[in-house]
Ligand binder design. Structure first.
Ligand code: F1P
Length: 351
Protein backbone atom coordinates (compact mmCIF):
# COMPACT_ATOMS: atom_id res chain seq x y z
CA UNK A 1 0.00 0.00 0.00
CA UNK A 2 2.94 2.34 0.44
CA UNK A 3 4.04 1.89 -3.15
CA UNK A 4 2.55 5.06 -4.67
CA UNK A 5 4.36 7.16 -2.07
CA UNK A 6 7.74 5.38 -2.18
CA UNK A 7 7.85 5.23 -5.98
CA UNK A 8 7.33 8.99 -5.97
CA UNK A 9 10.02 9.41 -3.31
CA UNK A 10 12.46 7.39 -5.46
CA UNK A 11 11.84 9.81 -8.35
CA UNK A 12 12.23 12.93 -6.22
CA UNK A 13 15.29 15.05 -6.99
CA UNK A 14 16.11 12.82 -9.98
CA UNK A 15 13.58 13.80 -12.61
CA UNK A 16 11.90 16.99 -13.75
CA UNK A 17 8.53 16.85 -15.46
CA UNK A 18 10.07 15.65 -18.68
CA UNK A 19 13.77 14.89 -18.10
CA UNK A 20 16.15 12.90 -15.95
CA UNK A 21 18.38 15.32 -14.08
CA UNK A 22 22.12 15.27 -14.79
CA UNK A 23 22.83 14.66 -11.09
CA UNK A 24 20.37 11.75 -10.82
CA UNK A 25 23.25 9.29 -10.38
CA UNK A 26 25.66 11.64 -8.63
CA UNK A 27 28.13 14.16 -9.97
CA UNK A 28 30.72 11.68 -11.29
CA UNK A 29 28.16 9.72 -13.26
CA UNK A 30 28.53 11.68 -16.50
CA UNK A 31 32.14 10.57 -17.04
CA UNK A 32 31.62 7.03 -15.83
CA UNK A 33 28.64 6.38 -18.08
CA UNK A 34 30.21 7.90 -21.18
CA UNK A 35 31.99 4.89 -22.63
CA UNK A 36 29.88 2.08 -21.27
CA UNK A 37 29.54 -0.59 -23.98
CA UNK A 38 28.03 -3.39 -21.90
CA UNK A 39 25.98 -3.64 -18.72
CA UNK A 40 26.33 -6.69 -16.48
CA UNK A 41 23.52 -6.95 -13.94
CA UNK A 42 23.89 -9.13 -10.86
CA UNK A 43 21.28 -9.77 -8.17
CA UNK A 44 19.33 -12.46 -6.29
CA UNK A 45 15.66 -13.31 -5.89
CA UNK A 46 13.23 -10.48 -6.48
CA UNK A 47 16.10 -8.09 -7.21
CA UNK A 48 17.16 -10.42 -10.03
CA UNK A 49 13.71 -10.08 -11.58
CA UNK A 50 14.09 -6.29 -11.46
CA UNK A 51 17.36 -6.75 -13.36
CA UNK A 52 15.60 -8.87 -15.96
CA UNK A 53 13.08 -6.08 -16.62
CA UNK A 54 15.93 -3.56 -16.84
CA UNK A 55 17.61 -5.58 -19.57
CA UNK A 56 14.64 -4.93 -21.88
CA UNK A 57 14.83 -1.21 -21.11
CA UNK A 58 18.61 -0.91 -21.45
CA UNK A 59 18.77 -2.67 -24.81
CA UNK A 60 15.66 -0.93 -26.16
CA UNK A 61 16.31 2.65 -24.99
CA UNK A 62 20.10 2.86 -24.59
CA UNK A 63 21.02 0.33 -27.28
CA UNK A 64 23.66 -1.11 -24.96
CA UNK A 65 24.02 -4.92 -24.69
CA UNK A 66 23.02 -6.12 -21.26
CA UNK A 67 23.51 -9.44 -19.46
CA UNK A 68 21.70 -10.46 -16.29
CA UNK A 69 22.72 -13.28 -13.99
CA UNK A 70 21.94 -14.47 -10.49
CA UNK A 71 24.87 -13.71 -8.21
CA UNK A 72 24.84 -17.23 -6.77
CA UNK A 73 25.88 -18.57 -10.21
CA UNK A 74 28.01 -15.70 -11.45
CA UNK A 75 30.35 -15.83 -8.48
CA UNK A 76 31.24 -19.49 -9.08
CA UNK A 77 32.04 -19.49 -12.79
CA UNK A 78 34.65 -18.09 -15.09
CA UNK A 79 33.47 -15.00 -16.90
CA UNK A 80 34.69 -12.30 -19.19
CA UNK A 81 34.51 -8.79 -17.79
CA UNK A 82 35.65 -6.05 -20.08
CA UNK A 83 36.98 -2.62 -19.21
CA UNK A 84 33.95 -0.90 -20.72
CA UNK A 85 31.45 -2.95 -18.69
CA UNK A 86 29.22 -1.24 -16.15
CA UNK A 87 28.70 -3.69 -13.29
CA UNK A 88 25.24 -3.15 -11.82
CA UNK A 89 24.28 -4.81 -8.53
CA UNK A 90 20.68 -4.68 -7.33
CA UNK A 91 19.94 -5.49 -3.72
CA UNK A 92 17.31 -4.31 -1.27
CA UNK A 93 19.52 -4.96 1.76
CA UNK A 94 22.93 -4.34 0.24
CA UNK A 95 24.20 -7.22 2.37
CA UNK A 96 23.33 -10.30 0.27
CA UNK A 97 26.47 -12.45 0.44
CA UNK A 98 26.30 -13.79 -3.13
CA UNK A 99 25.83 -10.32 -4.63
CA UNK A 100 28.73 -8.86 -2.67
CA UNK A 101 30.96 -11.82 -3.58
CA UNK A 102 30.14 -11.34 -7.27
CA UNK A 103 31.00 -7.64 -7.08
CA UNK A 104 34.30 -8.26 -5.29
CA UNK A 105 35.25 -10.92 -7.80
CA UNK A 106 34.40 -8.75 -10.80
CA UNK A 107 36.42 -5.89 -9.31
CA UNK A 108 39.55 -8.01 -9.64
CA UNK A 109 38.84 -8.48 -13.34
CA UNK A 110 38.39 -4.72 -13.82
CA UNK A 111 35.41 -2.84 -15.20
CA UNK A 112 34.36 0.70 -16.04
CA UNK A 113 32.30 1.34 -12.88
CA UNK A 114 30.12 -0.37 -10.29
CA UNK A 115 26.61 0.95 -9.84
CA UNK A 116 24.45 -0.10 -6.89
CA UNK A 117 20.66 0.08 -6.74
CA UNK A 118 20.06 -0.34 -3.05
CA UNK A 119 17.60 0.46 -0.28
CA UNK A 120 19.90 0.63 2.75
CA UNK A 121 22.24 3.61 3.14
CA UNK A 122 25.70 2.70 4.41
CA UNK A 123 25.31 -0.99 3.49
CA UNK A 124 28.32 -2.94 2.20
CA UNK A 125 27.07 -2.73 -1.39
CA UNK A 126 26.67 1.05 -1.20
CA UNK A 127 30.15 1.47 0.32
CA UNK A 128 31.82 -0.70 -2.30
CA UNK A 129 30.22 0.83 -5.41
CA UNK A 130 31.28 3.88 -7.47
CA UNK A 131 27.75 5.06 -8.21
CA UNK A 132 24.62 4.56 -6.16
CA UNK A 133 20.92 5.09 -6.69
CA UNK A 134 19.15 4.70 -3.38
CA UNK A 135 15.62 3.42 -3.55
CA UNK A 136 13.36 5.15 -1.06
CA UNK A 137 11.24 2.13 -0.15
CA UNK A 138 11.83 2.48 3.59
CA UNK A 139 12.20 -0.64 5.73
CA UNK A 140 10.65 -3.79 4.24
CA UNK A 141 8.93 -5.53 7.14
CA UNK A 142 8.03 -8.68 5.26
CA UNK A 143 10.60 -11.17 3.99
CA UNK A 144 9.09 -11.15 0.51
CA UNK A 145 10.07 -7.94 -1.30
CA UNK A 146 7.20 -5.84 -2.62
CA UNK A 147 7.83 -2.09 -2.50
CA UNK A 148 11.58 -2.79 -2.80
CA UNK A 149 10.88 -4.28 -6.24
CA UNK A 150 8.79 -1.45 -7.68
CA UNK A 151 11.21 1.19 -6.37
CA UNK A 152 14.11 -0.77 -7.87
CA UNK A 153 12.31 -0.69 -11.21
CA UNK A 154 11.80 3.06 -10.83
CA UNK A 155 15.51 3.58 -10.11
CA UNK A 156 16.50 1.28 -12.97
CA UNK A 157 14.36 3.20 -15.43
CA UNK A 158 15.93 6.48 -14.31
CA UNK A 159 19.40 4.94 -14.75
CA UNK A 160 18.44 3.60 -18.19
CA UNK A 161 17.31 7.03 -19.34
CA UNK A 162 20.55 8.62 -18.11
CA UNK A 163 22.57 6.01 -20.01
CA UNK A 164 20.32 6.26 -23.05
CA UNK A 165 20.84 10.01 -23.28
CA UNK A 166 24.57 9.38 -23.64
CA UNK A 167 23.72 6.98 -26.43
CA UNK A 168 21.48 9.21 -28.49
CA UNK A 169 17.95 8.76 -27.11
CA UNK A 170 15.89 11.65 -28.45
CA UNK A 171 14.59 14.33 -26.08
CA UNK A 172 11.05 13.54 -27.23
CA UNK A 173 11.30 9.87 -26.34
CA UNK A 174 12.87 10.71 -22.97
CA UNK A 175 10.09 13.22 -22.23
CA UNK A 176 7.43 10.70 -23.25
CA UNK A 177 8.80 8.08 -20.83
CA UNK A 178 9.45 10.51 -17.94
CA UNK A 179 5.89 11.76 -18.27
CA UNK A 180 4.68 8.14 -18.16
CA UNK A 181 6.80 7.57 -15.04
CA UNK A 182 5.07 10.48 -13.30
CA UNK A 183 1.74 8.71 -13.88
CA UNK A 184 2.88 5.50 -12.20
CA UNK A 185 2.12 6.39 -8.54
CA UNK A 186 -1.48 7.26 -9.46
CA UNK A 187 -1.82 4.11 -11.58
CA UNK A 188 -0.51 1.98 -8.71
CA UNK A 189 -3.12 3.60 -6.42
CA UNK A 190 -5.79 2.65 -8.97
CA UNK A 191 -4.53 -0.95 -8.92
CA UNK A 192 -4.55 -1.02 -5.11
CA UNK A 193 -8.20 0.02 -5.27
CA UNK A 194 -8.89 -3.32 -7.05
CA UNK A 195 -8.07 -5.11 -3.81
CA UNK A 196 -11.62 -6.40 -3.27
CA UNK A 197 -11.88 -7.78 -6.80
CA UNK A 198 -8.51 -9.52 -6.52
CA UNK A 199 -9.44 -10.91 -3.07
CA UNK A 200 -12.49 -12.45 -4.71
CA UNK A 201 -10.56 -14.26 -7.47
CA UNK A 202 -7.91 -15.41 -4.98
CA UNK A 203 -10.54 -17.84 -3.61
CA UNK A 204 -10.17 -19.84 -6.83
CA UNK A 205 -6.59 -20.73 -5.78
CA UNK A 206 -7.50 -22.18 -2.39
CA UNK A 207 -7.68 -25.80 -3.49
CA UNK A 208 -4.88 -25.57 -6.09
CA UNK A 209 -1.40 -27.00 -5.73
CA UNK A 210 0.15 -25.47 -8.83
CA UNK A 211 -0.12 -22.32 -10.93
CA UNK A 212 1.36 -21.10 -14.18
CA UNK A 213 2.25 -17.45 -14.83
CA UNK A 214 2.66 -16.10 -18.36
CA UNK A 215 3.98 -12.83 -19.78
CA UNK A 216 5.68 -11.66 -22.94
CA UNK A 217 8.53 -9.20 -23.42
CA UNK A 218 9.28 -7.14 -20.32
CA UNK A 219 6.22 -8.68 -18.68
CA UNK A 220 7.93 -12.08 -18.58
CA UNK A 221 10.05 -11.04 -15.55
CA UNK A 222 6.84 -9.67 -13.99
CA UNK A 223 5.32 -13.13 -14.41
CA UNK A 224 8.43 -14.62 -12.76
CA UNK A 225 8.04 -12.21 -9.86
CA UNK A 226 4.33 -13.05 -9.53
CA UNK A 227 5.16 -16.76 -9.39
CA UNK A 228 7.90 -16.14 -6.81
CA UNK A 229 5.50 -14.19 -4.57
CA UNK A 230 2.93 -16.99 -4.73
CA UNK A 231 5.59 -19.60 -3.87
CA UNK A 232 7.12 -17.54 -1.07
CA UNK A 233 4.02 -16.61 0.88
CA UNK A 234 1.32 -19.14 -0.01
CA UNK A 235 3.52 -22.20 -0.68
CA UNK A 236 1.71 -22.99 -3.92
CA UNK A 237 4.06 -24.33 -6.54
CA UNK A 238 4.18 -21.74 -9.32
CA UNK A 239 6.18 -21.49 -12.53
CA UNK A 240 6.48 -18.61 -14.95
CA UNK A 241 7.11 -18.87 -18.67
CA UNK A 242 7.39 -16.48 -21.55
CA UNK A 243 3.99 -17.16 -23.14
CA UNK A 244 5.61 -18.19 -26.43
CA UNK A 245 7.33 -21.10 -24.65
CA UNK A 246 4.01 -22.74 -23.74
CA UNK A 247 3.97 -24.96 -26.81
CA UNK A 248 7.54 -26.05 -26.12
CA UNK A 249 6.54 -28.02 -23.03
CA UNK A 250 4.45 -26.44 -20.28
CA UNK A 251 1.22 -26.78 -22.29
CA UNK A 252 1.32 -30.46 -21.31
CA UNK A 253 0.61 -29.37 -17.72
CA UNK A 254 -2.53 -27.41 -18.55
CA UNK A 255 -5.86 -28.87 -17.47
CA UNK A 256 -8.74 -27.69 -15.30
CA UNK A 257 -6.58 -28.04 -12.18
CA UNK A 258 -3.95 -25.59 -13.42
CA UNK A 259 -4.78 -21.90 -12.97
CA UNK A 260 -2.97 -19.77 -15.54
CA UNK A 261 -2.24 -16.17 -14.59
CA UNK A 262 -1.41 -13.82 -17.43
CA UNK A 263 -0.13 -10.25 -17.46
CA UNK A 264 -1.36 -8.78 -20.69
CA UNK A 265 -1.06 -5.04 -21.14
CA UNK A 266 -1.88 -3.81 -24.59
CA UNK A 267 1.73 -3.82 -25.77
CA UNK A 268 3.39 -4.82 -29.02
CA UNK A 269 3.14 -8.49 -27.98
CA UNK A 270 -0.60 -8.40 -27.20
CA UNK A 271 -1.81 -10.20 -30.34
CA UNK A 272 0.66 -13.04 -29.92
CA UNK A 273 -0.30 -13.34 -26.28
CA UNK A 274 -3.97 -13.66 -27.13
CA UNK A 275 -3.27 -16.67 -29.29
CA UNK A 276 -1.35 -18.19 -26.34
CA UNK A 277 -4.45 -17.66 -24.17
CA UNK A 278 -6.51 -19.55 -26.75
CA UNK A 279 -4.10 -22.47 -26.44
CA UNK A 280 -4.76 -22.58 -22.69
CA UNK A 281 -8.52 -22.15 -23.00
CA UNK A 282 -8.76 -24.95 -25.54
CA UNK A 283 -7.29 -27.32 -22.92
CA UNK A 284 -9.73 -26.40 -20.18
CA UNK A 285 -7.31 -24.26 -18.15
CA UNK A 286 -8.76 -21.56 -15.89
CA UNK A 287 -7.39 -18.17 -16.95
CA UNK A 288 -6.78 -15.10 -14.79
CA UNK A 289 -5.91 -12.21 -17.05
CA UNK A 290 -4.65 -8.83 -15.89
CA UNK A 291 -5.17 -6.54 -18.87
CA UNK A 292 -6.21 -3.04 -19.84
CA UNK A 293 -9.36 -2.18 -21.76
CA UNK A 294 -7.43 -1.68 -24.98
CA UNK A 295 -6.05 -5.24 -24.83
CA UNK A 296 -9.63 -6.33 -25.51
CA UNK A 297 -9.57 -9.63 -23.61
CA UNK A 298 -13.14 -10.76 -23.06
CA UNK A 299 -14.31 -12.48 -19.89
CA UNK A 300 -15.63 -15.89 -20.93
CA UNK A 301 -16.23 -19.19 -19.26
CA UNK A 302 -13.09 -20.04 -17.27
CA UNK A 303 -11.59 -16.61 -18.00
CA UNK A 304 -11.46 -13.99 -15.23
CA UNK A 305 -10.36 -10.58 -16.46
CA UNK A 306 -9.13 -7.89 -14.06
CA UNK A 307 -9.10 -4.56 -15.87
CA UNK A 308 -6.12 -2.36 -15.09
CA UNK A 309 -5.44 1.28 -15.99
CA UNK A 310 -3.99 1.93 -19.43
CA UNK A 311 -0.24 2.32 -19.06
CA UNK A 312 2.75 3.20 -21.20
CA UNK A 313 4.49 0.08 -22.54
CA UNK A 314 7.77 1.03 -20.83
CA UNK A 315 6.32 1.63 -17.35
CA UNK A 316 3.82 -1.26 -17.55
CA UNK A 317 6.05 -3.75 -15.64
CA UNK A 318 5.98 -1.48 -12.55
CA UNK A 319 2.19 -1.19 -12.53
CA UNK A 320 1.43 -4.81 -13.46
CA UNK A 321 3.53 -6.18 -10.61
CA UNK A 322 1.14 -4.84 -7.98
CA UNK A 323 -1.98 -6.94 -8.79
CA UNK A 324 0.18 -10.08 -8.67
CA UNK A 325 1.46 -9.07 -5.22
CA UNK A 326 -2.15 -8.58 -4.09
CA UNK A 327 -3.18 -11.94 -5.52
CA UNK A 328 -0.43 -13.78 -3.59
CA UNK A 329 -1.24 -11.81 -0.47
CA UNK A 330 -4.91 -12.77 -0.53
CA UNK A 331 -4.21 -16.42 -1.35
CA UNK A 332 -1.78 -16.53 1.60
CA UNK A 333 -4.25 -14.87 3.96
CA UNK A 334 -6.96 -17.35 2.95
CA UNK A 335 -4.58 -20.26 3.45
CA UNK A 336 -3.54 -18.87 6.84
CA UNK A 337 0.20 -18.76 6.13
CA UNK A 338 2.42 -16.11 7.71
CA UNK A 339 2.58 -13.40 5.04
CA UNK A 340 5.41 -11.47 6.69
CA UNK A 341 7.58 -14.37 7.78
CA UNK A 342 7.31 -17.32 5.39
CA UNK A 343 8.76 -20.59 6.61
CA UNK A 344 12.44 -21.32 5.81
CA UNK A 345 13.22 -17.82 4.49
CA UNK A 346 15.35 -14.97 5.82
CA UNK A 347 15.03 -11.31 4.88
CA UNK A 348 18.69 -10.95 4.19
CA UNK A 349 20.83 -13.89 3.07
CA UNK A 350 24.22 -12.89 4.44
CA UNK A 351 26.01 -16.24 4.38
C1 F1P B 1 17.52 -10.82 -2.23
C2 F1P B 1 16.42 -11.77 -1.75
C3 F1P B 1 15.05 -11.08 -1.73
C4 F1P B 1 13.98 -12.00 -1.15
C5 F1P B 1 14.38 -12.54 0.23
C6 F1P B 1 15.79 -13.11 0.19
O1 F1P B 1 17.71 -9.83 -1.27
O2 F1P B 1 16.38 -12.87 -2.64
O3 F1P B 1 14.67 -10.70 -3.04
O4 F1P B 1 12.76 -11.29 -1.03
O5 F1P B 1 14.26 -11.54 1.17
O6 F1P B 1 16.74 -12.24 -0.46
P1 F1P B 1 18.38 -8.44 -1.60
O7 F1P B 1 19.75 -8.71 -2.15
O8 F1P B 1 17.51 -7.73 -2.56
O9 F1P B 1 18.45 -7.76 -0.24
Amino acid sequence: NEQPRVIKATMEGRVTESRVLEQALGTEAGDLLKDVRHVQIIACGTSYHAGMVARYWIEDLAGVPCSVEVASEFRYRKHVIQKDTLFLCISQSGETADTLAALRQAKKAGFRAALAICNVPGSSLVRESDLVIMTQAGPEIGVASTKAFTTQLTALLIFTLALARKNGLSEEREADIVKALHLVPGQVSDVLALDGEIAEISKRFMDKNHALFLGRGSQFPVALEGALKLKEISYIHAEAYPAGELKHGPLALVDSEMPVVTVAPNNSMAEKLKSNLEEVRARGGELFVFADRAADVKPEENTHVVLLPEVHEITAPIVYTVPLQLLSYHVAVLKGTDVDQPRNLAKSVTV
